[in-house]
Design a protein around this ligand. Structure first.
Ligand SMILES: [Zn+2]
Length: 368
C-alpha cells in the first residue's frame, strides 16, 4: 500500500478536539450501532472488500471496492443481531418511566447484543482471526468518518455548530434549539448518513477539561456534563479511572454531586467557593495523616517479571516484595499498594503491597 493510503486508513474513527471549558445547551446525538450498521448496510466483510470480481471504489477516501455480487458472511450474520438490538431499544424506550422492570430487562438485552457487535468489529481488524481482514476494518472506519462529516454538513446547514465528535457521537449547539429541533435534525442526519442517530440528551452544561500535558488543549475522551433530564455523564476524568485512588474519586464525586444543582454555567461559577471548600476539606484530612489508607490504594498492572526490573520504580519495589512473600507474579498481573515515600529518601520502602501494609506505615502525604 502507498504511504498515503496507510495514513488515511490508520486514522480510525474521526476525532476532534472539543473547545476547552464549560458550555451550555449542548446536545449529544449518538449513531445507533454505527459500526455493525455499516458492516450490514455497506456489505463490509473480509471476502467482499477488494473482491476480484468488481471495481467500484465504494469506500470513501480509500477507494476500496466492495463486492456487488455477493453478500458477505459478516453482514449476513450480523443483520439479525442488529435488528434484534434495535427492537429491544425500541421496547426499552417505550417502557421508560412507565415500567421499570421491563425497561431494565430490555436495557440488559440490548446491552448484551451491543457487546457482541462490538467484538465482531474488533475481530474484523485482528489479522489472526478467521474472519479478520485489515482492509475491511479500515473500510468500516472510513464509512464512519464519512457519516460524521455528513452529520456535520447537515447540522451546519441547519445553523447548528458541531462542538465535538468521537467515533459515533456528535455534540451540537444552537442557541435556543429545543428537543424537538434536535429530534428533527437527528432524522435528517440519519437519512443523509444512512445510519440512525438518536438524541441522547441536552446538557445543561458540559465541561471539556484541559489535558494534563497542555493547559490550553483538550482531549477527545474526557468530559463531564449534566443532562437536562437529570443524569450525569462522565468520561475519562479521575472519578472513572481505575488508576486513581478511591480518596480522590470520592472527593471529585462530592464536588460533582454538588454541581448537580447548577442549571447553567453561571451557577457553576457561583458555586466555586463551595466547591473549593469540599476540596480543601479533603486535602486537610489527607495532610493530617488521618486519611483511610484503604482509600489510598493504587492498582497497577506490572509489565515484567519481578526479577526483570532493573530500576527502582514503584512497580519494581512492590512486585519484588510480593514475590518475597512467596506469591508468584507474571507480567500483566495487578499489584495493589500504598505509597509510603515516593522519593525513597525517608523510608527504605517507597511503597508497600497492600498485603504487608500496617496502619502505622502511614502514607506519602506530598505524593498523594
Ligand atoms: Zn465482487
Amino acid at each position: 500500500k502507498p504511504a498515503s493510503t496507510l495514513l488515511l486508513a490508520d486514522r480510525g474513527g474521526l476525532i476532534f478536539n472539543p473547545p476547552l471549558g464549560y458550555h451550555e445547551d449542548v446536545a449529544e446525538l449518538d449513531f445507533v450501532s454505527m459500526y455493525p450498521t455499516i458492516m450490514v448496510e455497506r456489505n463490509v466483510s473480509p471476502e467482499t472488500v477488494n473482491c476480484r470480481c468488481c471495481r467500484n471504489e465504494r469506500v470513501p477516501e480509500l477507494n476500496y471496492t466492495i463486492c456487488e455480487k455477493r453478500l458477505g458472511v459478516i453482514p449476513a450474520t450480523l443483520r439479525a443481531v442488529v435488528e434484534r438490538r434495535s427492537h429491544y431499544k425500541r421496547l426499552k424506550k417505550l417502557n421508560k418511566g412507565k415500567n421499570e422492570t421491563e425497561f431494565r430487562k430490555y436495557d440488559h438485552r440490548q446491552n448484551a447484543l451491543k457487546w457482541m457487535l462490538v467484538s465482531c468489529f474488533g475481530y474484523l481488524g485482528y489479522k489472526n482471526a478467521r474472519f479478520g481482514k485489515i482492509e475491511a476494518h479500515e473500510a468500516v472506519n472510513a464509512f464512519s468518518r464519512d457519516a460524521i462529516l455528513r452529520a456535520k454538513e447537515v447540522a451546519e446547514r441547519a445553523g447548528f455548530r458541531m462542538l465535538h465528535a468521537i467515533i459515533d457521537c456528535v455534540w451540537l449547539k444552537k442557541t435556543g434549539a429545543t428537543e424537538h429541533d434536535y429530534e428533527e435534525l437527528a432524522t435528517e442526519i440519519g437519512k443523509r448518513a444512512g445510519i440512525d442517530i438518536s438524541l441522547e440528551g441536552i446538557y445543561r452544561w458540559i465541561l471539556f477539561p484541559a489535558s494534563k500535558q497542555d493547559p490550553v488543549i483538550t482531549t477527545a475522551n474526557r468530559y463531564v456534563g449534566w443532562y437536562r433530564h437529570g443524569d450525569i455523564k462522565i468520561r475519562g476524568i479521575e472519578s472513572r479511572r481505575r488508576d486513581v485512588p478511591q480518596f480522590i474519586k470520592t472527593m471529585q464525586q462530592a464536588m460533582l454531586d454538588h454541581m448537580a444543582a447548577a442549571q447553567n454555567v453561571a451557577e457553576v461559577q457561583a458555586m466555586l467557593p463551595e466547591l473549593l471548600t469540599i476540596a480543601r476539606n479533603h486535602i486537610a484530612v489527607l495532610r493530617s495523616g488521618k486519611a483511610n489508607p484503604m482509600e489510598l490504594v493504587l492498582r497497577r498492572h506490572i509489565s515484567k517479571e519481578p526479577d526483570e526490573y532493573e530500576n527502582n520504580s514503584i512497580s519494581a519495589v512492590v512486585s519484588k516484595m510480593v514475590k518475597a512473600m512467596g506469591v508468584p507474579l507474571a507480567p500483566g498481573e495487578m499489584i495493589e499498594f500504598i505509597i509510603l515515600d515516593q522519593s525513597g529518601r525517608k523510608k527504605p520502602e517507597k511503597a508497600k503491597p497492600l498485603a504487608l501494609y500496617a496502619f502505622e506505615d502511614g502514607y506519602d502525604i506530598e505524593q498523594y
